[in-house]
Design a protein around this ligand. Sequence first.
Ligand code: GDP
Length: 208
Amino acid sequence: MTNLNYQKTHFVTSAPDIRHLPADTGVEVAFAGRSNAGKSSALNTLTQQKNLARTSKTPGRTQLINLFEVAEGKRLVDLPGYGYAEVPEEIKLKWQRSLGEYLEKRQCLQGLVVLMDIRHPLKDLDQQMILWAVESKLQVLVLLTKADKLASGARKTQLNMVREAVLSFNGEVQVEAFSSLKKQGVDKLREKLDNWFSSLPPVEETDA
Ligand code: GDP
């Protein structure tokens, strides 16, 4: 298994929906989470870059899928944050459909990272994302973010609670505590990404 240098990650492009993504080749790992869950901070921590995920924060670009390349053909995909209170219902439903479509149809997708605030885990849309991923036979890494906000006892209780709860999805779902502030869980994230990026892309079926 190769250990990738995530510091080399750079922005490639943004897409308004899955029809505008680059070719479905190589390997992708997607990051999803409610707005404010700590997704941008986690991407910046992983790549040791202060502003990598800044693009996704620019007003008007929050609904875009942002793609970053770690190495040739190995991409991190920053999916639009969900759960914005001020977004109209119609637009929310459109985002959700597009997220579901991406998880279901993107062949090069190897894994999904779902970020949830350790103090407010497993909201409806978080569960929906995990469900879609498991149904699409994708492995999932759940990061319980801002773990530094809880004392170690409460942190362990919460971690165990979520680990227990995700068993009901009957999929490959790993749960880890994470803190961008304290750099906790970054090794676990890197390990999982290295593992996903080492998998061979699915082979096109041919009639021959
Ligand atoms: P995003 O909307 O999911 O991209 O979330 P951000 O990364 O922008 O983080 C949302 C807020 O949570 C910001 O105010 C961050 O400073 C804060 N935050 C993110 N990660 C951590 C963390 O590990 N610890 C603490 N204490 N705060 C964090």
